[in-house]
Design a protein around this ligand. Structure first.
Ligand SMILES: c1cc(-c2cnc[nH]2)ccn1
Length: 247
């Protein structure tokens, strides 16, 4: 099995993949891992990979272009087809059933975000699946990628010296999924930044972000909604989202 990892810190993954079960699986030729750094595909002297979020707010968002070029290079490195998996809290929870499904593939491409996240247009165009390793926020996707690599390596024939069964951990889920994020450029072949985020109307922006978070949670993780203590305003926003979604 081949795993390509797109990350601003490929050395992190190389360290994790070089020891223990994963290191042994690589030595035995059961698995190979390959790191790709989007900064190597960023234009200009500063090799910029992130920019400020439209609509304001803290942190930075990873830009489309370096990631798109880096993913193209990773894909071209081997003829085997591979799903692109983005590690994020907005993803579907990783379960052992999913690990078994991934472990049976010839190849995976894992995309690790940093900062506030990745421009939503890149995700929409390039990502086949989002996976979360739990309902908490990490500093980036690398630790989650290391978890996926470890879990699928253990299922490679001959990786484990003895018959150990992998245990599926449950997690306490609460809160809502994040809203989509966008950064420069405002216009791109992959689409436009939603106008509200460029309006400068902070109340409208906050409303839109809350509604998107509620709507995404309803669509992707309704189980979390059952747990969340929604205000009257939240319920009205969500109902509006549901109406729009159904039309
Ligand atoms: C996968 C990724 C993440 C994450 C990526 N960047 C910040 N947190 C959290 C949980 N599962």
């Amino acid at each position: 099995m081949r795993i390509d990892i797109v990350s601003l810190f490929p050395e992190f993954i190389a360290q994790c993949a070089g020891v223990g079960v994963v290191g042994r699986a690589q030595e035995r030729g059961l698995l190979s891992t390959h790191g790709w750094n989007p900064r190597d595909y960023a234009a200009g002297g500063y090799r910029r990979v992130d920019d400020r979020p439209f609509g304001g707010g803290p942190g930075m968002v990873m830009m489309i272009e370096p990631l798109q070029a880096c993913l193209s290079a990773a894909r071209a490195a081997d003829e085997a087809p591979a799903p692109v998996i983005y590690l994020s809290p907005q993803g579907r929870p990783l379960t052992q059933a999913k690990v078994r499904e991934l472990a049976a593939l010839p190849r995976l491409i894992l995309l690790c975000g940093r900062y506030e996240g990745v421009d939503e247009r890149l995700l929409a165009a390039e990502v086949d699946e989002e996976i979360s390793i739990g309902d908490y926020v990490l500093s980036g996707g690398e630790l989650a990628a290391a978890v996926v690599i470890d879990a699928v390596a253990r299922l490679q024939e001959g990786a484990l010296n003895d018959a150990e069964s992998a245990v599926q951990d449950s997690f306490e889920g609460d809160g809502l999924l994040d809203c989509p994020h966008y950064t420069h450029p405002a216009s791109h072949a992959l689409g436009e930044v939603p106008a509200v985020l460029r309006s400068g109307d902070h109340a409208a922006i906050a409303r839109w972000r809350r509604q998107q978070a509620l709507g995404r949670t309803w669509l992707r993780r309704p189980d979390l909604l059952d747990e969340a203590a929604l205000s009257k305003a939240d319920r009205a926003l969500l109902e509006e989202f549901r109406q729009q979604w159904r039309h």
